[in-house]
Design a protein around this ligand. Structure first.
Ligand code: SF4
Length: 130
């Protein structure tokens, strides 16, 4: 399922590093999925946050290096924790159970393969979002 990480081309940088063997590309993401925060977020545009909030999952690291990033510690210093795909799936369900209007993946590109697997697990457990 994570085979694509052997020669990572998940974003336009196309580093082609083998993340499964511990090599690190420009985004500094490893073979593990890493997240810094899971929470109901009320401060996106009203059509996203609605009344209950969006179910935000902030991913650690980033494939951009924006000078004025407001989430610098998360995006550039990698603040967060490695988690399992199962944990990620359960985090989505947790947000749903709290009443989130959607699941809001913040800087997810480096972890697309993990996220696809997590969504499959979460769907099997009752995730309702499309
Ligand atoms: S996701 Fe990371 S390792 Fe993969 S191509 Fe983009 S910057 Fe490189």
């Amino acid at each position: 399922m994570l085979e694509g990480l052997k020669e990572c081309k998940l974003c336009p940088h196309k580093c082609k590093v083998n993340r499964l063997e511990g090599k690190i590309g420009r985004c500094r993401a490893t073979e593990k999925v890493k997240i810094s925060l899971v929470s109901l977020h009320h401060f996106e545009e009203p059509c996203i946050s609605g009344t209950n909030g969006s179910g935000t999952i902030f991913f650690s690291n980033c494939n951009f290096n924006c000078v004025f990033c407001q989430n610098y510690k998360i995006s550039q210093e990698g603040m967060g924790q490695d988690v399992s795909i199962e944990f990620l799936a359960n985090s989505m369900l947790e947000e749903q159970n709290k009443g989130a209007h959607n699941i809001n993946l913040v800087t997810p590109v480096m972890y697309v393969y993990h996220i696809i697997e997590a969504i499959k697990i979460a769907k099997a457990k009752g995730l309702i979002y499309q």
